[in-house]
Design a protein around this ligand. Structure first.
Ligand code: ZN
Length: 310
């Protein structure tokens, strides 16, 4: 069984996208507006593909459907996680995702979405929208009707290395200039609450006001999920998110380091640096899956990486 599976991203052109996915990571893109790289994805809307080795050219979905042993024979119709890098040149629309229950009932059995953001790059005074200031649904509805967005939305300053957990029901938006790693449940279900009144092809994009008001949690609370940094030799590790849906841990350091891999699978996103992992060359911008057969990761080099698992 192959221990490490390197993925090739599926890049998507969007009008609000920038050039950093190509310039920083060297991803193959079609144009100058690549907003999203779906780096570990078995989602039909953007499948990532195995880059090398025994399964080269196969999609992650094909691996999940045909080689479940790689993922510890986990049950489930779909690969549970989805990882993207997002490069926003403009402000993105303000949105919210439903939870599994709401999605199942109102969206033909679809899945809800909990997600997290790890900031990779942002302008000096960069910010982000997470949560709101309405105390209850009535206040929320009222502020939305009156379009009091500045009063309603919670704007937070951001810096490189910040991480935010965004449970379903949380209003959120990425703002211009932000480059981030997004780790989430494998779902594409998004309700748009507000789009700054912008036009696309001469028309405003569709909003989902009723659904948004249904699923937005009131009052909203910002969860701190980051835990203490732990020193392990020349590396430090830190749990960024611990949720019922996934856990994300960051490793940072140089030299040799061993990391246990006790999970059915683990996703590794190399955020900085280069070296080898279990003897295979790996560098910034690589995304790989440590399969069920890989119980130990042996790093050698200089790395900042995010490890995630369910
Ligand atoms: Zn989202």
């Amino acid at each position: 069984m192959e221990e490490l599976i390197f993925m090739r991203p599926c890049c998507r052109e969007v009008i609000w996208g920038g050039r950093r996915l190509r310039e920083i990571y060297g991803y193959k893109t079609d144009g100058d507006h690549t907003g999203e790289a779906w780096v570990v994805s078995a989602n039909e809307n953007g499948l990532s593909v195995v880059d090398r080795g025994e399964y080269e050219g196969k999609t992650l979905k094909e691996l999940w459907d045909g080689h479940r042993e790689l993922f510890g024979n986990l049950p489930g119709e779909e690969f549970p996680l989805l990882v993207k890098i997002i490069d926003a040149k403009e402000d993105l629309s303000i949105q919210v995702h439903p939870d599994d229950d709401y999605a199942r009932t109102h969206e033909n059995g679809a899945r809800g979405k909990n997600e997290c953001w790890y900031i990779l790059d942002c302008p000096e005074n960069g910010d982000i929208i997470i949560g709101h200031h309405a105390q209850n649904k009535e206040e929320l509805r009222d502020m939305v009707e009156k379009q009091q967005w500045d009063r309603l939305l919670n704007v937070l300053p951001i810096h490189r290395g910040d991480c935010f957990y965004i449970p379903s029901g949380t209003v959120h938006a990425i703002r211009r200039g932000t480059l981030l790693l997004e780790i989430q449940q494998n779902s594409d279900l998004t309700y748009r609450l507000y789009d700054y009144g912008r036009l696309q092809n001469g028309k405003p994009r569709r909003l989902h006001l009723k659904e948004s008001l249904d699923v937005i949690c009131c009052p909203s609370h910002l969860e701190r999920t980051r835990e203490e940094e732990v020193c392990r030799g020349d590396y430090t590790s830190c749990i960024l998110v611990r949720s019922p849906f996934f856990t994300v841990e960051r490793w940072n350091g140089r030299g040799k380091q061993e990391i246990l891999q006790p999970h059915p699978f683990m996703i590794l996103d190399i955020l900085e640096g280069e070296g080898t992992i279990n003897g295979q060359a790996a560098k910034k911008g690589d995304h790989l899956i440590a399969t069920a057969g890989c119980r130990l990761l042996r790093l050698n080099g200089s790395f900042e990486l995010a490890a995630s698992w369910i």
